[in-house]
Design a protein around this ligand. Structure first.
Ligand code: SF4
Length: 486
């Protein structure tokens, strides 16, 4: 899209109307509080920071008191924001530098701000704009994504996106626009599920209208032949004709747990292909042909099997699989499972698509019943999925939601972050879950971690129950609730 002045104005008007409450989300009374809160917000939500700062600022109201803080006491006050060893070190360095270089005051100069310990260019811009009203347009992860989806910038770095935005919009609008774009990214144009159907900027967005690829994921997810394109499974149209008569009869599943689900639902006879990791139930290994791995499917084998539907999952399979199938004119369906609620909607959609609505409904009702019973409130739990390096499953993943629904408080940064030993310790988990899949955690790893975290409960748990969404969701939930004794 070519952004003319009129279109840019139109966009600004739409955002202003949609987000009249857009403002800095970090609570603060003065520049000192804002710069401290911004340092704490790294790898942490703004709402968590806002819960932490009242006690922190009551104890350390200015740079002088913070510079004299005892590290252990400071750490205990900011512990819940994560990575508290490093953050405490940065805050002490920041307070000392403010005293030494600026008599304890926060400077209103971009270069001087950015030179303070723990304060980079982005934090400097946030402080300049919100504490001093200096026009600045700090590009965070939300603005980066939204600007690229809207076609306001094609740049690949936040700094270049910032430069593009500053060129397009009047300087006097930068501060307001900064907040509006962040609100839009959080409330509507989310990373994984942009709510294009309700987006105030849809008329101006080629990605949302399906005319351009999403620069964020690099693809347009769709079901070919269904007559409509849409990135989310939730919006897939229902089959046009009675499913059993015209529904897919030659299905290839590239998702191990979905393969198992199809067998559970009595659809094994329609399965004409599976990946080499689709190993359950065991007898399908001898009866259903293999078509490569989940990450590297053998397309020639898939084409030869002439499927009328290939089932994919966004995290499990690469985008290239969808692209190759699209080119070959083979219908495919991409699911996205991040929560137990996703399982409920996906069961119903699959049930409808495959003509087994009753089985799907019974399963959905059962899980809904399980979710209705309130679990005991459990401790903070960290789920590790890999070693060397440590990789955790964050609160926004399927494993995170499984832990949450079981009663735990899932810990760690979002997604699947790599963690150093220091970062692992900084999270200070009360409980560490070690699923036996995808990494083969064993009793030995359990014992090693128990030694390192003597106060935590370290539990080796059945990896299939934990990670095989859709086919073993209820099993995973009951397993974790069992650990809590609820
Ligand atoms: S239409 Fe969709 S992709 Fe475009 S800005 Fe709106 S939510 Fe984001």
């Amino acid at each position: 899209m070519r952004w003319t002045k009129a279109k840019l104005k139109d966009l600004q008007g739409r955002l202003a109307q949609a987000y009249p409450d857009a403002k800095c989300a970090l609570d603060h009374q003065d520049p000192f509080q804002l710069v401290v809160a911004t340092v704490l917000s790294a790898q942490c939500t703004d709402s968590r920071v806002n819960l932490t700062t009242p006690a922190l600022f009551a104890r350390y109201p200015d740079a002088a008191s913070l510079a004299n803080a005892k590290p252990a006491e400071l750490e205990s006050l900011i512990r819940s924001t994560g990575f508290y060893h490093n953050k405490a070190k940065n805050l002490l360095g920041l307070a000392n530098a403010l005293l030494a270089r600026h008599s304890g005051a926060v400077p209103n100069d971009a270069a001087q701000l950015a030179a303070l310990p723990g304060v980079g260019q982005k934090t400097a811009n946030v402080v300049l704009a919100n504490a001093f009203g200096v026009p600045a347009l700090a590009v965070d992860t939300h603005i980066f994504r939204v600007a690229r989806r809207l076609g306001l910038s094609e740049a690949k770095t936040p700094e270049k996106v910032e430069a593009d935005l500053c060129r397009l919009f009047p300087r006097e609008d930068w501060i307001e626009l900064h907040h509006q774009l962040i609100f839009h990214g959080r409330r509507c144009c989310e990373a994984r599920r942009p709510d294009c159907g309700h987006c105030p900027a849809l008329a101006l967005c080629e990605v949302g209208q399906g005319k351009a690829e999403d620069p964020h994921s690099g693809t347009r997810f769709e079901v070919r032949g269904a007559g409509k394109k849409d990135p989310a499974l939730a919006s897939l149209p229902a089959p046009q004709t009675p499913p059993l008569a015209s529904g897919p009869k030659r299905i290839i599943s590239l998702v191990p747990s979905v393969t198992e689900l199809l067998v559970q639902w009595g659809l094994a006879s329609r399965l004409v292909g599976r990946t080499r990791y689709c190993l359950e139930p065991k007898w399908i290994r001898a009866t259903v042909p293999e078509v490569g791995g989940t990450k590297d499917p053998n397309f020639q084998r898939i084409f030869d099997l002439k499927p009328d539907l290939v089932l994919l999952e966004k995290d499990e399979n690469p985008v290239s699989a969808a692209v190759a199938l699209t080119k070959a004119g083979i219908p495919w369906l991409a699911m996205e499972i991040r929560t137990l609620k996703d399982c409920l909607t996906t069961w119903l959609r699959l049930g409808e698509l495959l003509g087994v609505q009753e089985v799907a409904k019974a399963r959905t009702d059962h899980l809904k019943g399980l979710l209705r019973s309130k679990p005991r409130k459990g401790p903070g739990a960290l789920t590790l999925v890999w070693k060397d390096p440590w990789i955790a499953a964050g609160p926004d993943t399927y494993l995170g939601d499984l832990a949450r629904q079981a009663g735990f408080r899932p810990l760690g940064p979002e997604g699947y972050p790599r963690l150093t030993d220091a970062e692992l310790e900084a999270l200070d988990p009360t409980c560490i879950l070690l699923p036996t899949e995808p990494y083969r955690f064993t009793k030995r790893h359990e014992a090693e971690l128990q030694k390192r975290f003597p106060r935590a409960t370290v539990a080796l748990v059945d990896g299939q129950a934990m990670t095989w969404y859709l086919s073993r969701t209820e099993q995973g939930l009951e397993l974790l609730r069992g650990l809590l004794g609820s």
